[in-house]
Design a protein around this ligand. Structure first.
Ligand SMILES: [Ca+2]
Ligand SMILES: [Ca+2]
Ligand SMILES: [Ca+2]
Length: 860
């Protein structure tokens, strides 16, 4: 009943907003096409080097294509339309609907000219020695974009090179378009048209790989236009999405990239004029804006709720044109269902961070258990509890669902649903030499193993998890996941058992207890794979991954990525004899050797050996023996060059991890001495990187150690203070190409260990703040970043089920990506941006640890 009230209020608010928008649009509707309302300022270049006016920003190569992941849909000409980045990829492109691994242009030069108010970008396709210039000029409420060439388009690119601009499909679903007056509805699901073309027409993809599996047929596929004409009106019925595009030379095509790749966007495209120089394409683009538009405030709060004794801060994100209201209310939903204002708290302006203004409403004073929601102006948040047990179950979906779903080499069932069959039973063969893989792996001159390229490395079809939204086994993330699960067991001993795991039958069943703690069963599953790697080659592998791009991008049941049969070259492709096949699809093992990754693996084995004792003694023994042997071998190798600078100690920091785990596992003096030898110089080099590990070792050491460590902790605490001032959320927010939830969790976890050792220096709030951030107190929106956890969690993400616009319960997404120069983004209607939405296993394990840690310190 109360929920109904809340929902009703939200629905009314939405309707009111829509009505205001609609009436504004109606008032402006005739003007949108012809006369412009005088009150609206024209688009203009701002000091941050992008074009801006109220309701519209146009970015021109503020963000570049990435040499590592190629087309991430975060580069080129882009539009932020009423606060939403609806368009990207405005650039000269070589195919109608470019895929992630298609050739991307290099930015040779970018000039933002404050005098003329234009931005000019020179783009180059090295493979074709093809240069073009993109000139973007404000034009009234919109802009013009022209492509110029000094030399004609190369002959082999005639009819192929074009100017493309891509629109996010989910923003245009349930909307219409008009092309030269002819109406159409944006396709909800890709339904063509496509054409099969002869292979000689195909433009080479990254490093000669192919996203397309010919299966013995010759043709490859290109998307064909859904519509074409001179003038395209996109979503003319929706004032927030309405864009008019006119081609001033040549035709416009509207295409649907999803026909080739599920992560494709709608593409508007004009072919470049051939055999001529100067202007070879030109558009006028006029995005409609709602006069006086102001972005709805985002009320950041924890969708999970709060422990009574923890700080409770809502962070309100405001449009630059908005002004903070003086107060916000905490409304209680009482036990009889009625509502009453529990507290009115001041809204304290915090200031500017990136492009928004922020304000903080602190309602920590309320400590009564109950159900609440926040009211700010006309806006109400979803309801949330204040209760002692809010963290008790938040990590269960991660352990109960996310981890089982990620299990490789297992059949995974949940009630009536099979998530996937036993995958990659044909693992694995030594990767070829001199190979640059599309997922970042690389091989050099030698294999570093007794195996020849292409030769089977035995024993690897066991244990392990799909690393992320893809299906590879990544050595580093496995080592760290195993270590973290072991730490979770050792620190908290969670007996939680909701999953059956049968290694003999390779069968996992979700929501079915089997009398064994699930943390140990997952730890065992990871340890089985890491131990297998050390057994076969004596080292942690970099990765076990599909060697061909057209299988690597696999979506769906992981057990259908390969044929699960051992490759037999005496058979023809697609020929099958028993458990052998003629299709060379067995995964490749990348075995480049670095002390860093070896030490990570050694640490994981030593950690696993401790936790597995009493559960799987044979595996525990073997893990420790393998770790000792590998450590001795690594030490016997010639020493790596001396570390340089603050981060130069990476290799030594890794040895420190291994030594700490070996010290804890063996209690031997030699490891304790080596630990002392390494830890202090590492702290002197980079305290922030080492302090967590050093604090973790306190239980293994004496009081003198803790006393000696204290000044480092004090120094680190002072660094945190300055960090807390950088943004209103009080956690470190990363600004790299992969969003920073991992850093937030690891930061909060370090604070947990430091809180344990030095509670006078490190308050509990430095731990819970990390979880508040994950659960909704963050920029861009207020959804919980943990799928299925909290009142409004991420409903779609870049899991291996992303093609279904779905989620995996308990998966944690990377979070808020800060696009240059100032746009925080986490798409909640489009799962395909991995930097924002891809689940990874090591973050899953770290989150389980942190949630247990919060529960423990709050119960103290
Ligand atoms: Ca991967
Ligand atoms: Ca179990
Ligand atoms: Ca196979």
């Amino acid at each position: 009943m109360i929920r109904l009230d809340v929902q009703l209020e939200e629905a009314m608010l939405r309707t009111t907003r829509a009505l205001i928008a609609l009436s504004a649009a109606l008032a402006a509707a005739p003007a949108a096409a012809q006369v412009r309302p005088a009150a609206e300022k024209p688009l203009a270049l701002n000091e941050k080097q992008y074009f801006s006016r109220r309701g519209l920003d146009v970015l021109v190569f503020t963000n570049e294509y990435n040499g590592m992941f190629f087309d991430e849909k975060t580069a080129g000409v882009e539009m932020i339309h009423h606060g939403v980045r609806t368009a990207t990829g405005g650039a000269v492109r070589l195919s109608p609907t470019p895929e992630q691994w298609d050739q991307i242009p290099k930015v040779v030069e970018r000039k933002a000219d404050a005098k003329t108010g234009t931005i000019e970008v020179t783009l180059r396709y090295e493979a074709f020695a093809f240069d073009s210039r993109l000139v973007v000029t404000p034009d009234g409420q919109g802009f013009r974009v022209a492509v110029l060439v000094d030399k004609p388009v190369p002959a082999e690119l005639e009819g192929r090179a074009g100017f493309n601009l891509e629109f996010r499909p989910s923003q245009y679903w349930e909307h219409t378009y008009l092309v030269d007056g002819r109406p159409g509805v944006f396709p909800r699901y890709p339904n063509g048209p496509v054409a099969s073309l002869p292979p000689e027409k195909k433009i080479r993809q990254f490093e000669g790989h192919s996203t397309f599996d010919l299966h013995g047929h010759r043709g490859y596929v290109d998307a064909e236009p859904i519509a074409s004409g001179k003038t395209l009106l996109m979503a003319p019925e929706d004032p927030e999405r309405f864009v008019t595009i006119r081609s001033l030379a040549g035709e416009l095509q509207l295409l649907d990239g999803r026909n080739l790749a599920q992560n494709g966007w709608y593409v508007v495209r004009s072919l470049l004029a051939a055999k001529t120089t100067g202007k070879v394409a030109e558009w006028s683009v006029e995005p409609h804006t709602i006069p006086g538009w102001t972005r709805t405030p985002v009320i950041g709060f924890s969708q999970v709720g709060y422990h009574p004794s923890q700080p409770k801060r809502a962070v309100i994100e405001l449009d630059a044109n908005d002004k903070a209201l003086p107060t916000a209310s905490l409304v209680e939903i009482r036990t009889d269902g009625t509502q009453a204002e529990k507290a009115k708290v001041p809204v304290q302006p915090w200031g500017r961070y990136l492009r928004y203004d922020y304000a903080v409403a602190d309602f920590s004073a309320v400590t009564d258990s109950g159900l609440y929601f926040l009211r700010y102006g006309q806006q109400s948040t979803p309801a949330f509890p204040i209760a002692k047990d809010v963290y008790e179950r938040v990590w269960h979906p991660t352990l109960d669902v996310f981890f089982p779903v990620q299990m490789d080499h297992m059949f995974v069932n949940e009630a009536y649903r099979v998530w996937h069959g036993a995958a990659h039973m044909d693992d694995a063969v030594q990767a070829p030499l001199h190979e640059q893989h599309f997922d970042g792996y690389r091989t050099g001159d030698v294999t570093n193993t007794p195996f020849e390229p292409g030769e089977r490395i035995p024993g690897l079809a066991v244990g392990g998890w799909f690393d992320a939204g893809d299906f590879d086994i990544q050595g580093g993330s496995h080592a760290s996941t195993v270590s973290t699960l072991a730490a979770t067991w050792e620190t908290f001993r969670p007996a939680h058992d909701q999953t059956l795991v049968d290694q003999k039958l390779r069968f996992a069943d979700i929501h079915r207890p089997d009398g064994q703690p699930d943390v140990l069963q997952q730890l065992e599953h990871g340890a089985l794979q890491v131990a297998a790697q050390y057994r076969s080659i004596g080292r942690l592998v970099r990765g076990i991954v599909d060697g061909e791009l057209h299988r690597y991008h696999h979506l769906g049941d992981g057990s259908t990525q390969t044929d699960n049969r051992i490759y037999d070259p005496s058979l023809a492709p697609w020929q099958v004899e028993g458990d052998r096949s003629g299709t060379p699809d067995d995964r490749w093992v990348y075995t480049d050797a670095t002390p860093f990754s070896n030490y990570m693996g050694i640490g994981a084995l030593a950690a696993a050996s401790r936790s597995l004792r009493g559960y799987n003694d044979a595996l525990a023994e073997e893990c420790l023996a393998l770790a000792r042997k590998a450590y001795a071998e690594e030490k016997a190798r010639p020493a790596a060059p001396a570390p340089q600078g603050a981060f130069g100690g990476f290799g030594q920091a890794a040895e420190l991890t291994a030594v700490m785990q070996l010290m804890a596992a063996t209690k031997e003096k030699a490891f304790a001495d080596r630990f002392d030898e390494l830890v202090w110089p590492a702290l002197d080099r980079n305290a922030a990187m080492t302090i967590g590990l050093a604090a973790r070792a306190i239980p293994e050491k004496d009081a003198a150690y803790a006393a000696k460590l204290r000044p480092y902790a004090e120094k680190y605490r002072a660094e945190i203070d300055s960090l807390l001032k950088q943004n209103p959320y009080g956690v470190p927010i990363g600004t790299r190409g992969w969003a920073g939830n991992s850093q937030v969790v690891s930061w909060a976890t370090t604070n947990y260990f430091l809180n344990k050792a030095y509670p006078d220096l490190f308050g509990r709030d430095l731990v819970t703040r990390g979880l508040d951030y994950l659960f909704g107190t963050h920029p861009a929106h207020n959804l919980s970043f943990v799928s299925a956890v909290g009142n409004r969690p991420k409903r779609l993400a870049y899991g291996n089920n992303r093609a279904d616009f779905s989620f995996i319960a308990g998966g944690i997404v990377p979070g808020v990506l800060v696009l240059k120069p100032d746009y925080p983004e986490n798409m909640d209607d489009w799962p395909f941006l991995w930097g924002e939405n891809e689940y990874v296993i090591d973050l899953g394990a770290s989150y389980i640890f942190l949630a247990n840690a919060a529960q423990e310190i709050l119960a103290r």
